[in-house]
Design a protein around this ligand. Structure first.
Ligand code: IPE
Ligand code: IPE
Ligand code: MG
Length: 242
């Protein structure tokens, strides 16, 4: 695929709800975890395609604060996939210029996984070809609640006056404080809901829903979605240009 001219869209932040791994596997008579494994391979292809497609920021939803409701087997399987993804991909991501960060409440994750996460964040912090952010134990409401708690502490300490609390102050305490807002949110597998993803940040994002299950999602389909996105008119509450 030829590189796209996206100079007028920079920076381009795409956020993906990678859904449908379980159904993809069950449709084939396979265990759900087989779908998650295939899904992790998809992540590699999509990450590699981003710079060529003009995407500077990619944020992917890997595990929600609600996903703990799944069976212990599935939760443990997913956690071990994350661990292996980080261990296996570290060198490749560093070499490809990817800066990897995580959002979500990581205090509930295994200490060993937390250490790996901090390690790869440090290892890739000098990169800026692609900003890859993985949402693990992430929920928009949980993130906003934690941010409000930080603001409340600052007010209680006397470091901040209540009148000074504005959108910028709150956004500055979110896990995404150093990322631009997403321009486009894509959800695979045909579901048309946000499932607690980037509730604050996606206030003016465009949305695309595709019936494709995540393990079948390709960089070609991503390219088609980006072509549609480029033709959309974003108004941000203003009136369309005559
Ligand atoms: C998305 O696939 C991955 C995670 C939520 C971890 P699902 O596991 O939700 O797949 P479906 O929706 O059951 O098919
Ligand atoms: C959203 O998918 C979370 C992730 C993709 C990690 P879910 O499959 O958990 O969402 P619901 O339950 O269908 O809303
Ligand atoms: Mg799902």
């Amino acid at each position: 695929m030829a590189p796209r001219d996206t100079t007028n869209l920079f920076p381009l932040h795409v956020a993906i709800i990678m859904d449908g791994n379980g159904r993809w596997a069950v449709n084939r008579g396979w265990p759900r975890l087989a779908g998650h494994r295939r899904g992790a391979e998809r992540v590699r292809e999509i990450v590699q395609a981003c710079p060529r497609l003009g995407i500077t920021h990619l944020t992917i939803y890997a595990f929600s604060t609600e996903n703990w409701k799944r069976s212990t087997e599935e939760v443990l399987g997913l956690m071990s996939l994350f661990r292996r993804y980080i261990q296996r991909e570290a060198d490749r991501l560093r070499a490809e210029g990817v800066r990897l960060r995580f959002i979500g409440d990581r205090t509930r994750l295994e200490p060993r996984l937390q250490r790996l996460m901090s390690g790869i964040e440090k290892l890739t912090e000098g990169n800026d070809r692609l900003h890859l952010t993985v949402a693990i134990n992430y929920g928009g409401r949980n993130e906003i609640t934690r941010a409000v708690r930080r603001v409340a502490r600052a007010v209680a300490r006397g470091d901040l006056r209540p009148e000074e609390v504005d959108e910028e102050v709150l956004a500055g305490r979110l896990d995404t404080h150093d990322l631009p807002d997403p321009d486009l949110v894509i959800r695979t597998s045909g579901e048309t809901r946000v499932s607690n993803y980037l509730l604050w940040q996606a206030a003016y994002a465009e949305f695309e829903f595709t019936p494709t299950h995540w393990p079948d999602f390709t960089s070609d389909e991503l390219g088609e979605i980006l072509d549609r996105f480029a033709r959309r008119e974003r108004r941000f509450g203003a009136v369309a240009a005559p």
